[in-house]
Design a protein around this ligand. Structure first.
Ligand SMILES: NC(=O)c1ccc[n+]([C@@H]2O[C@H](COP(=O)([O-])OP(=O)(O)OC[C@H]3O[C@@H](n4cnc5c(N)ncnc54)[C@H](OP(=O)(O)O)[C@@H]3O)[C@@H](O)[C@H]2O)c1
Length: 331
C-alpha cells in the first residue's frame, strides 16, 4: 500500500470553498470497513456543484469530493469483499457527506459497493458512472411503465451531457426512435453518432407553453433539464406516456397544470440514483453491461487527470462538457 496518495481536498474559509491538491496518508481516511485503491472516478454535474461550493451540499471540511469511483479493494473487514476485488461505487452521498473518489484511496462502507460487473473495465464503469447509472434507471422506469420500441418517438433532454448522451445510446440500442434535445448545434453529429434519429433545439422546449396541453408527440422522455423544459414536454406527452425526471440543469422549479395527468394519463416518474437499494443497483449495472454499446460509450468518454478536475467541475456547470469525463487516478 502506498504511504501517501494524491487527493483533491476542499477547504472552507469565511464561507468560501477552495479546492487544492494534497498528499494524504491512509490514516487520514474516514472510518469504513473497506479500503479501496481508486483507479478511476468521474465528473458529474453534482461534482461540479460540490467542487465549486454550491448548494451547501458539503457541510464538513476538509473534504475529499468525487461522487463515484471504481477501483480495487486494498483491505476489507467485511466478508463480502477481499483484497483484489474490483468494485464500483455510486451514490450514498459519497463525495458529499462522506469522502469520495478524487483521491488515490477511499474508505467506505461495504454496503455501498457493488462488484464490478463482468464485461466492464473500471474505466468503462466510470465512463458510465453516476450519470450513466441514472440514464439506465430512467430507461428502466419508462419501460416498467409500458414504453416499448414500437410505439413512437422518445425524447432525451440535455442530450449532449452525461446522463443525456448515455440515455440516447441505450435507447437507440434498444430500438427506440430517439429525438435528442440539445442547445449545442456543434454536438449534432455526435448525437447522431450516439443513435439519435432526430434533433431539436432546446430553445423549442424551454419556451413556456401557452396552453396546458400541446399536440401529443412523445411516447416517453428522459428529462435531465427540469424547469420550463419539463413543464413543456409534459404538455406534449402522448396518452398514457411517461417522463423520467432526473435532472435540474435548466432549473429546479416546475410550473405546470394537472391536465396532462388528468386528461392524458401522463406519468411523471421521479428518478433518484443515490439511495437505490443493493439488489436494484446490481440489476441496473447488469443491464448497463448488456444494453449499452461499448463502442458508443468509448466514443462519448474523455479521460482526464486528477489535476484537471477543478477546471472540468467549472465546465460541467456551464453545460460545456460533452458526454462523460473519466478521471484516471492510477492503474
Ligand atoms: N436524479 C439523480 O439521481 C441524478 C443523477 C445524476 C445526474 N442528475 C442530474 O441530471 C442532470 C444532468 O447531469 P449530467 O451529469 O449529465 O450533467 P451534464 O453533463 O452537464 O449535462 C447536462 C446537460 O443539460 C443541458 N443544459 C445545461 N444547462 C442548461 C440550461 N440552462 N437549460 C437547458 N439545458 C441545459 C446541456 O445539454 P445540451 O448542451 O445538449 O443542451 C448539458 O450538457 C443534472 O441536473 C444532475 O444533477 C440527477
Amino acid at each position: 500500500m502506498a504511504a501517501t496518495f494524491p487527493a483533491l481536498v476542499l477547504t472552507e474559509s469565511d464561507g468560501k470553498v477552495t479546492a487544492g491538491f494534497q498528499d494524504l496518508g491512509i490514516d487520514d481516511l474516514p472510518e469504513g470497513d473497506v479500503t479501496v485503491r481508486v483507479t478511476h472516478s468521474g465528473v458529474n454535474y453534482k461534482d461540479g456543484m460540490i467542487v465549486n461550493g454550491m448548494g451547501r451540499l458539503v457541510r464538513d471540511f476538509p473534504h475529499v469530493p468525487g461522487i463515484d469511483f471504481a477501483g480495487i479493494v486494498e483491505t476489507s473487514d467485511n466478508d463480502r469483499y477481499k483484497p483484489g476485488d474490483a468494485v464500483v461505487l455510486t451514490g450514498w452521498r459519497v463525495g458529499e457527506v462522506h469522502w469520495g473518489g478524487y483521491a488515490g484511496m477511499a474508505r467506505v462502507k461495504a454496503d455501498w459497493l457493488v462488484p464490478l460487473p463482468a464485461g466492464l473495465t473500471a474505466k468503462r464503469a466510470m465512463a458510465i458512472g453516476t450519470a450513466g447509472f441514472t440514464s439506465m434507471l430512467c430507461v428502466d422506469a419508462l419501460e416498467a411503465h409500458g414504453m416499448t420500441p414500437s410505439a413512437g418517438e422518445v425524447l432525451v433532454t440535455g442530450a449532449a451531457g452525461g446522463v443525456g448522451s448515455v440515455a440516447v445510446a441505450i435507447l437507440a440500442r434498444r430500438g427506440y426512435a430517439v429525438v435528442a434535445s440539445s442547445g449545442r448545434p456543434e454536438q449534432h453529429d455526435f448525437l447522431t453518432e450516439m443513435g439519435a434519429t432526430g434533433i431539436i433545439d432546446r430553445a423549442e422546449l424551454a419556451e413556456p407553453s401557452k396552453r396546458p396541453l400541446d399536440g401529443e408527440r412523445w411516447e416517453g422522455a428522459v428529462d435531465t433539464v427540469g424547469g420550463t423544459t419539463l413543464a413543456r414536454l409534459l404538455s406534449q406527452m402522448r396518452y398514457g406516456a411517461s417522463v423520467a425526471a432526473c435532472g435540474l440543469a435548466g432549473g429546479a422549479n416546475l410550473e405546470t397544470t394537472v391536465l396532462p395527468f388528468l386528461l392524458r394519463g401522463v406519468n411523471l416518474l421521479g428518478i433518484d440514483s443515490v439511495m437505490q437499494p443493493y439488489d436494484n443497483r446490481s440489476r441496473i449495472w447488469q443491464r448497463l453491461s448488456e444494453d449499452l454499446p461499448m463502442d458508443k460509450l468509448d466514443a462519448l468518454t474523455e479521460e482526464i487527470a486528477l489535476a484537471d478536475v477543478p477546471k472540468a467541475a467549472g465546465d460541467i456547470l456551464k453545460g460545456q462538457v460533452r458526454g462523460r469525463l473519466v478521471v484516471a487516478l492510477g492503474d
